[in-house]
Design a protein around this ligand. Structure first.
Ligand code: EPZ
Length: 429
């Protein structure tokens, strides 16, 4: 298995181009199942999760074509993928494909809406909690689907098509909102989704569906109203920038010090996360097409954080923020309210010398003067990248094992950091 070696201590200086958002690209690709016409997606990141989803869609009969390089493009410019679901031959998503990535479970909604049935294996994904799908199933039942569990598979059916209905989520769920949207756009009548997720990736999916002919109002608010249509058409859509990748590199700069411009991204996608970063003593300035992040000389101030659904502080940046707080002056409290088991990075950060105490959903971090490099390993994507950030600021060498987690969600990580002065290299197995 590949490993990443980092020798810490260098300040970061330069420009980092931000990729398209993995968590927007995945539901957008799945939305291709809603039409027989071609959906062209631009700015799709080159990531293992994208490749895995292409295999899953291919298994249903979706054709895909990756558009070749065009003038002015580099290998890091997002790719353009054309997806055509004109010949879906299989509405089953098997265990061996779905178990590697939780988001692939979402194919259940467009398959059900367009073909009246879907048989999808119960999902897998990062080990960050129990992650049930009860709310996703409830959403489809509210639109008239019958749901059965059969041999580890969820079987969803509808006899005469889905019909509009009321979906009230007792808890904000991003996946639940994606599923509700994709089911409702082809339902007969009006659907109201209450307590909907407001994440930018939901807004991006709704924008693409609208270009495909869907009638959606209120995306980005807790109440989304969808008026079903009988068919959708193809379109072209550009995936929005990855706010988690943006926030991750911003925290890397906050941790090492330096001056980096993150380009092809948007400050508004990060909301409170950037405000919190600013209170740690990092200068954060929006630019014409991105964000400039600077920290010089002065240390990092300790700040408390609680994760929350958007526009709150994202759970997907919690591990990275904790890495930053390990070097802060004083004590900080980090509360995780979205996933019950998302502290896997704590014991690994401790190997680097971090002092963190866990009390249920709360991590109490005592800032230390220095971290020291060590071999570490992580069990999920964001936890892995928090170790990269810590390694960049640690003395000596840090070796990150299980790099395949990083490859699921961070495009060209070593190249992007290396160009800004980080001493980082991949050892291929
Ligand atoms: C999405 O996961 C993201 N994944 C996650 O990013 C992200 O951490 C999460 O949203 C929260 O922002 C993708 O977009 C591909 P949820 P999702 O449904 O949709 C509970 C990453 O690192 N819940 O919003 O699966 C659930 O257990 C990944 O890129 C139920 O109880 O998350 C959790 O506590 C990791 N029943 C909460 O809701 C359900 O049926 C929010 O989960 C569904 C969810």
């Amino acid at each position: 298995m590949d490993r990443i070696h980092i020798v810490g201590g260098a300040k970061l200086h330069g420009v980092i181009p931000i990729s398209g958002a993995k968590n927007a690209a995945l539901p957008l690709m799945i939305a291709s199942l809603l039409t027989g016409e071609t959906l062209e997606l631009a700015n799709v990141p080159r990531l293992a999760d994208i490749t895995a989803l292409l295999r899953i869609l291919g298994n249903h009969g979706v054709d895909h074509m990756v558009v070749g390089k065009r003038p002015g493009q580099t290998t890091e410019t997002g790719q353009t993928i054309r997806l055509t679901a004109s010949n879906v031959i299989d509405t089953t998503a098997p265990y061996d494909l779905v178990s590697t990535m939780r988001a692939s479970f979402w194919v259940i909604a467009p398959l059900l809406a367009r073909f009246g049935e879907a048989r999808v294996s119960m999902p897998g994904g990062c080990a960050i909690g129990t992650r049930p799908v009860d709310l996703l199933l409830m959403a489809m039942e509210q639109l008239g689907a019958t749901i059965e569990i059969d041999g580890g598979y969820v079987v969803a059916r509808t006899k005469n098509g889905l019909r509009g209905g009321e979906i009230h989520f007792p808890k904000v769920t991003v996946g639940g909102t994606h599923v509700a949207l994709m089911a409702a756009v082809l339902a007969n009548g009006t659907t109201v989704i209450e307590n909907a997720a407001r994440e930018p990736e939901v807004v991006d999916l709704a924008a693409c569906l609208t270009k495909m002919g869907a009638r959606i109002q209120g995306a980005g608010t807790p109440r989304i109203v969808v008026e079903g249509v009988s068919r959708l058409n193809g379109t072209r859509h550009e995936v929005l920038p990855d706010r988690i990748e943006t926030g991750t590199y911003a925290m890397a700069v906050a941790m090492t010090g330096g001056d980096v411009t993150l380009e092809n991204t948007r400050a508004d996608l990060l909301h409170s996360a950037l405000d919190i970063l600013a209170t740690t003593g990092t200068e954060v300035t929006p630019t014409a097409d991105g964000i400039r992040v600077r920290r010089n000389g002065a240390g990092v101030a300790a700040v408390d954080v609680t994760t929350d659904p958007f526009p709150g502080f994202p759970t997907d940046l919690q591990a990275q923020f904790m890495a930053l707080m390990t070097r802060a002056r004083g004590q900080s409290h980090i509360r995780e309210t979205i996933f019950e088991n998302r502290f896997m990075h704590v014991q690994e950060l401790a190997r680097l010398g971090a002092r963190i105490r866990l009390e249920g959903d709360l991590a109490v971090v005592e800032g230390v003067d220095r971290l020291k490099g060590a071999p570490v390993m992580a069990t999920d994507l964001r936890a892995s990248v928090s170790l990269v950030i810590a390694g960049l600021a640690a003395e000596g060498e840090t070796i990150i094992n299980r790099v395949y987690h990083l490859d699921r969600g961070f495009e060209a990580l070593e190249a992007k950091l290396g160009r800004c002065g980080a001493e980082i290299r991949r050892e291929r197995a």
